[in-house]
Ligand binder design. Sequence first.
Ligand SMILES: Cc1cc2nc3c(=O)[nH]c(=O)nc-3n(C[C@H](O)[C@H](O)[C@H](O)COP(=O)(O)OP(=O)(O)OC[C@H]3O[C@@H](n4cnc5c(N)ncnc54)[C@H](O)[C@@H]3O)c2cc1C
Length: 382
Amino acid sequence: MSHDASVELQILATIDKWVEQELRPIAREFDQADEYPVDLVEQMKELGLFGATISEEYGGLGLSASTYARIVSRICEVWMAPSGIFNSHLIMANCVERAGTQAQKEHFLPKFATGELRGGIGLTEPDAGSDLQGIRLVAKKDGDHYILNGTKTWISNGIKGNCLAVLTKTDPSASPPHRGMSLFICEKGEGFSVGKKLKKLGYRSIDSAELIFEDFRVSADNLVGGEEGRGFQQVAGGLELGRINIAARGAGMAKGATNMALHYAMDRKTFGKAIAEHQAVQLKLAEMSTRAAAAELLVHQAADKFDRHERCDLEAGQAKFFASEAAVQNSLDAMRVFGGYSYSPEYEIERFYRDAPLLCIGEGTNEIQRMIIAKQMVARAS
Ligand SMILES: Cc1cc2nc3c(=O)[nH]c(=O)nc-3n(C[C@H](O)[C@H](O)[C@H](O)COP(=O)(O)OP(=O)(O)OC[C@H]3O[C@@H](n4cnc5c(N)ncnc54)[C@H](O)[C@@H]3O)c2cc1C
């Protein structure tokens, strides 16, 4: 076994143990109370999860996308929300590591890796989600600072995080608009406040917030890459890893829902036998397990390509699209297997049913995803 493979196995074994000992026992209670899992965050710091994909030279674990995807899937097999605490944080870190200046990498990455600075990405605004070039948050140069004014919404880790990568317009009149877009690493301070915590169908326990910027001053040193007009590409460049991450969540959830349905079907008896022995239930279980396995394979096809530094937007898009839909379908199918008890918060399947649809929305909706896949198909065939 190679050194990398044995390190990966050790890390996954540690994650498995943590998931079973710390995450599974609290998932239902914390989700229902919409309570932030403070202790889990401290444990994540100790496990190094805030630096999972940050290079070792900057204090991270330097994990491959494949190992990272496995970690994300294992967590989401049990409870999706905790993965969001470090996933969008790592997208911010990835933007800095890929596109930041040397000084920015040296300043931010070690702090991101320990979780001393942690947060996520602020792209979406009340009037612009899929169409990011339509954002309105303006960053105006003022000496060696920029002054930010505008609002972001739906930002994960927006309340508990202390630092965010914020997409802005430094030139609102630029044509095409992306030429006037710039990304800033913003640590919270005067002028950067949380509007409100948003109530949600699912994905509870993790904070999603509206963020308000009112004459917020950020140093020009925090402009990612040190040059205006590159923010849109810097964000887009992180989407492959972001989509692999969402796909890994979907594959994990699809598997978790299948496992729950299987165990319930083996226990629950009707007409003198376990429902797992009724053919109609067997068909469902077989479809669910096949869907979950296919999702996992697509995730690893995309992650392997990413790790080989090959272009993988088509593969990451396919994995994201298929695995997120698999999570939704398997949650729904598992609800059928659970019958009336699927409606009870005593069982955990109702959480999967509420959590899974988010995966079809985040990191590019599945409508946008299919357009990306088709465009790549045409480009590769031309
Ligand atoms: C729980 C949660 C957490 C989130 N976390 C974050 C975060 O941390 N950071 C962040 O920046 N954002 C975050 N988001 C926002 C998320 O990324 C956006 O909701 C998403 O990008 C979609 O944007 P929208 O909601 O504005 O929908 P819209 O863009 O308004 O789309 C509405 C519908 O129209 C469809 N549509 C739009 N354009 C097209 C087109 N050209 N062709 C076909 N169909 C189209 C979409 O697919 C969708 O079905 C989060 C959202 C949620 C719900």
